[in-house]
Design a protein around this ligand. Structure first.
Ligand SMILES: Nc1nc2c(ncn2[C@@H]2O[C@H](COP(=O)(O)OP(=O)(O)OP(=O)(O)O)[C@@H](O)[C@H]2O)c(=O)[nH]1
Ligand SMILES: [Mg+2]
Length: 293
């Protein structure tokens, strides 16, 4: 039911986006509307939940201003994890009042681990710092999450047919999705998506080992296979990248494929949870145990 509503919203946003690009006047109109909506929401929090946004960033000074332009003002905490960027990423992020966490150890996964461990809100939203992921979908994703009692949403770019992506990337993603199906037994359409919305408390249960680009598929493997978790994919649209890509298609693609096997066949050491367990999780585990017996 809510998922259907979401699909309508998706079409609506695609139409608005196209129209806004065609007509500057309309863009100004929708901009002032969103300002009013944001002023109305200045009280922070969303439906009584605190929200953190976490972004790993390596030389993303061009992407961050795109994100700041239409990021909902009620987001309580914005964390940028900076890996010694050689451009002005840190200064640009600070100019928007965001928290910059320096991380000297390189890697997408490493940056995420540091950022997620420092997030303090009830719900965490993630995205790249390159401006590709839709900020105006955040409230809709949160609505779906709260109304359908979903624990983890993985945003699926494949529903946006005109998305800017090369044939090789789409093929690589499909191959990884196929292997996930074959060796983990669940279907996913976009295992490499970098936008997730999830309850922070899940971090206490997840075994997140990867320091590299494989972190993106690893967090989904955890979310979709942990017992008692409700994980879903929902479609989003996806925009052109600002700044240079950090993805090496062949190297990262092959490493991500190998990672799937290593994790499945227990070839990785167990990682420390990113946050301490809390009483809510223990209570829910007990509930699951009771249901089983
Ligand atoms: N802190 C940190 N961030 C990184 C590192 N590698 C990549 N990132 C960031 O992680 C995000 C994902 O990297 P991208 O280059 O966008 O990779 P991608 O989305 O697969 O590729 P594109 O579709 O070309 O954007 C971006 O915000 C990068 O700046 C790293 O080693 N450290
Ligand atoms: Mg990207």
């Amino acid at each position: 039911m809510v998922a259907e509503k979401f699909r309508d919203h998706f079409d609506f946003f695609i139409i608005c986006d196209k129209r806004a690009r065609r007509n500057d006047k309309k863009r100004l109109g929708s901009f002032s509307l969103s300002i009013h909506f944001q002023l109305y929401c200045l009280a922070h929090m969303y439906r009584n939940k605190k929200i953190s946004l976490v972004m790993p960033c390596l030389n993303e000074e061009k992407g961050l201003p795109q994100i700041a332009r239409d990021l909902p003002a009620w987001i309580d905490q914005v964390i940028v994890v900076d890996n010694n960027s050689t451009d002005n990423t840190a200064a640009v992020a600070r100019s928007f009042g965001w928290t910059v966490i320096p991380e000297t150890r390189r890697g997408y996964g490493r940056a995420y681990k540091t950022g997620l461990a420092n997030a303090t809100s009830d719900i965490i939203v993630t995205m790249d710092g390159d401006g590709t992921y839709p900020r105006n979908f955040i409230p809709i994703l949160l609505d779906v999450m709260l109304e359908e009692e979903i624990d983890f949403i993985s945003c699926d770019r494949t529903g946006h047919k005109d998305r800017p992506s090369s044939f090789l990337r789409i093929l690589g993603n499909d191959i990884l999705n196929l292997f996930i199906w074959l060796i983990y037994w669940f279907r996913i359409h976009d295992s490499q998506s970098g936008m997730w919305v999830f309850k922070r408390e899940l971090l206490a249960r997840m075994n997140l080992t990867s320091d590299t680009m494989a972190f993106s598929e690893e967090i989904k493997l955890e979310a979709f296979t942990l017992p008692g978790l409700h994980a879903r994919e929902l479609v989003i649209y996806y925009k052109e990248r600002h700044g240079e890509s950090k993805l090496n298609i062949w190297r990262d693609g092959f490493a991500n494929l190998m990672f799937l096997f290593k994790k499945r066949f227990g070839m990785l050491d167990k990682a420390e949870p990113l946050i301490a367990n809390d009483w809510r999780l223990e209570a829910r585990d007990l509930e699951i145990e009771n249901q089983k017996s």
